[in-house]
Design a protein around this ligand. Structure first.
Ligand code: PEP
Ligand code: MG
Length: 556
């Protein structure tokens, strides 16, 4: 038996499949192929991209007025632009370029031309062309083909997984995930926690122990993975199915509001059956298709549900890569991330805003700005959104009925200055994952430092209390959406800091609600919570926290 850290509980058995990352080395592509073959390969990639857009368009076929249809058609037309193809063909046959390079050079000529023009519409077109180029190239390089389809229960193993890869790989027959490395606070971990399957990280010697095709059982409750166990296999399946039925939460008395976090289309079904009534964080960085049409297709079904929903703008940077083509991100935690990155890539921001305005036509739209550090950058993005809204009004494009803005507070400076800009906040969100790393100067992806500082340190709780108290004072709604909100002890403490909504991964929602309801009826739990939140002495704090931990555990 091999142990690691469990991100999700539950047990499942399946056949091991190893994910081995491909090399990104594009120079190894077959440049010596005959020009006819290069040309055919390029056309094949374009045809495949077209088929993908058409199948996306089918999801709107019962709504002919849907703006996504026009957008998708425009993308197909851009991909097959006669002038682009003429130039690409010339480069293949007369300059010996590969199909991909020739197409890229031709498209980039037009992109650069449109980008140089002052008119915002042309800049938008340049952005759309970049999306089209990225999609065609991904088909050319075979990325869209290489996602394997699993026909039997599969335990996915890897040394580590990038968040985008995890999203591409995940499918119903993957029953568990086990990683040799990984970190509890990484974005891969956050996505994994959204899944209703056991997930283990930091399992030593994984690669040396488990081979492709081995039959294994992954036990999230015991944080263990082990070989061949037929009995455990059947048991795991029975447990897994049993745990999936959601129960009604109507009769519960909760100490705070609860909402859930989603990542896009793949969570829609889970959201509907979760019993949750609101989305506190829609992370958009992992959408499968970030073209304008692709984004509208992802947002629209959620808007159709008419539920309160906070959508965060792309939070690229650090471990979240932006889609390719001139959209470099830095993996530095203190670098160009979130709103800083968007300020550098205004056309990506505009595309996302347009997609949101398209999808939220005549509805309420709540936009969250990631990693706000100063009032100025927060105001800059709101002004940019208003400029687009005005332009849409003039061209009779639909706009939301009501639009709200709020910062995601993840940087201490934004927390400390809150009172100076709260008058321009319709809501506030607190991202405790990043706030923790920036507050303690401890990289969230480095397990050697990220686990040194507890989220229950009085200084950290005081910072969160300051944000909640300020928001409550000005009657601005506040949501906490980091992992801390989903852990019972932390959630219970946070619920004592004021009027707040906790937004948690879907699989945690039901059990957390029940536990908070039970704790809410226990006087000792309330007393301990209130004493901890008002105590400043650290030795007393640690003792009280231990006592509360026991109480919380006993009502699990
Ligand atoms: C956070 O930092 O708490 C947060 C919600 O954002 P993410 O985890 O996606 O960085
Ligand atoms: Mg964050």
């Amino acid at each position: 038996m091999f142990r690691g850290k469990a991100l999700n509980v539950g047990r499942a058995s399946g056949k091991v499949t190893w994910y081995i990352p491909e090399s990104d080395d594009k120079t190894s592509l077959p440049s010596e192929m005959h020009p006819d073959a290069q040309w055919a390969k390029l056309n094949h990639a374009i045809d495949e991209a077209e088929t993908a857009w058409q199948s996306l368009a089918k999801t709107f076929s019962n709504d002919a007025s849907n703006p996504s249809l026009d957008i998708l058609e425009a993308q197909i037309a851009m991909a097959k632009d006669v002038e682009v193809l003429k130039q690409a063909k010339h480069a293949i046959y007369h300059q010996g370029m590969t199909g991909a390079l020739a197409y890229q050079e031709a498209m980039q000529g037009f992109i650069a031309h449109f980008e140089a023009l002052e008119d915002g519409l042309f800049k938008q077109r340049a952005q759309d062309m970049k999306d089209v180029l990225a999609r065609v190239l991904s088909h050319y390089y075979g990325r869209h083909h290489k996602t394997p389809v699993f026909h039997e229960d599969t335990v996915l193993m890897a040394k580590d997984l990038h968040p985008g890869i995890l999203l591409e790989l995940i499918q119903p027959r993957i029953v568990a995930i086990v990683l040799e490395q990984g970190s509890v606070n990484s974005h891969t971990a956050i996505i994994a926690k959204q899944l209703t399957i056991p997930v283990l990280i930091q399992v030593n010697h994984l690669q040396a122990t488990f081979s492709e095709g081995d039959y294994v059982t992954v036990d999230g409750d015991q944080s263990a993975v082990y070989h061949d166990d037929e009995f455990a296999k059947d048991l795991a399946k029975a447990d897994f199915k049993k745990n999936k039925t959601p129960l009604s939460l109507e009769a519960l008395t909760l100490p705070c509001e609860l909402a859930v976090n989603v990542l896009g289309p793949s969570d829609l079904q889970a959201f509907k059956s979760s019993g949750a009534k609101a989305i506190g964080l829609f992370r958009t960085e992992f959408l499968p298709d970030v073209t304008r049409g692709g984004q509208v297709a992802a947002y629209q079904p959620y808007f159709d549900l008419d539920i309160p929903m906070i959508i965060r703008l792309f939070d690229y940077g650090a471990d979240k890569d932006a889609p390719p083509i001139e959209r470099e991100t830095s993996d530095a935690q203190l670098g160009l991330r979130g709103i800083r990155w968007l300020k550098n890539q205004p056309t990506v921001l505009d595309t996302q805003l347009h997609a949101l305005f398209d999808a939220a036509a005549h509805k309420t739209l709540q936009i969250e700005l990631p990693m706000v550090t100063t009032k100025q950058e927060y105001l800059w993005s709101i002004e940019r959104a208003h400029a687009l809204l005005n332009a849409r009004k003039q061209t009779q494009l639909p706009i939301p009925k009501n639009i709200k803005f709020g910062p995601l507070i993840e940087v201490p400076s934004a927390a400390m200055a809150l009172e100076s800009y709260i008058d321009v906040c319709d809501f506030i969100a607190i991202g405790t994952n990043d706030l923790h790393q920036y507050f303690f100067a401890a990289d969230r992806h480095d397990p050697t430092v990220s686990s040194l500082y507890d989220v229950h340190e009085p200084a950290f709780l005081n910072l969160i209390a300051h944000i909640i108290h300020t928001a409550n004072k000005y009657a601005v709604p506040v949501t906490i959406c980091g992992q801390m909100a989903a852990e019972p002890l932390s959630a219970w403490l946070l619920s004592g800091l004021g009027k707040v909504t906790l937004s948690v991964p879907i699989p945690t929602y039901q059990s957390l609600a029940r536990q908070l309801d039970r704790l809410n009826q226990v006087t000792q739990a309330k007393q301990l919570r209130d004493t901890i939140l008002s105590a400043s002495d650290t030795s007393e704090h640690a003792t009280l926290l231990e006592q509360l931990k026991e109480v919380v555990k006993s009502y699990a």
